[in-house]
Design a binder for this molecule. Sequence first.
Ligand code: PGA
Length: 252
Amino acid sequence: MRKNIVAGNWKMNKTFQEAEELIDQIVVGMEETSLKCEVIACPPAPYLEMASDYAEESAIKIGAQNVSEHEKGAYTGEIAASMLASVDIEYCIVGHSERRKYFHETHDQLAKKVDILLDYGIKPIFCCGEVLEEREKEIHFEVVKKQLEDSLFHLNEDEFSNVVVAYEPIWAIGTGKTASPEQAQEMHAFIRSLMTEKYGITVANGVSILYGGSCNPGNAKAIFANKDVDGGLIGGASLKANDFLKIAASFE
Ligand code: PGA
């Protein structure tokens, strides 16, 4: 059966010292409570090795926020999947809406990122989701379907089983506006039905689908209680250990 996962996307926040303090607090908090989910922290790239050292000694898992679609070479400023693998990174966020919007990442490019991560044994946390206008026009299902078809559905069953999907309605990211538990469940069930069509029920039931967008300790429980919501990708609230741990404690 699929895992419940709570993943923190720290985005471009924290100095090295602050990052170390945060990860330390999360790890200590995890040791004090028995959480019923996998906990992943995705710090900025310069802190991945430090974070990875924590993962060696504790239950926390570490993810990167981005990866290059290229193998290696003259791509100044980019980070290769092989580099992430060499510091034992287990997960990597792919296709976050901020990367799609500000860095113009395309479906095709994201498909390549997914492939190269899987080649190096790193699990992609693939983000999808619609903007407000698309929801208002009631084309949000089509938008998400296209995102999955264009960047994920070329994978074979074995590869797909190593993917985590994060549904993040863009209108809910960093806005304080969350999707209602019903809206989240509706989209998650739709995503799972697409996976079932493509890969069959056994594979579809094994893939975790996370919700992201203004998740906080106050709303996480109601959202995660839905049958097809297997946890969350947490931005703002992952920057405070207490809030993040409370969200992770939403699974009973
Ligand atoms: P947020 O961000 O929790 O701050 O809305 C979520 C995300 O962007 O992954």
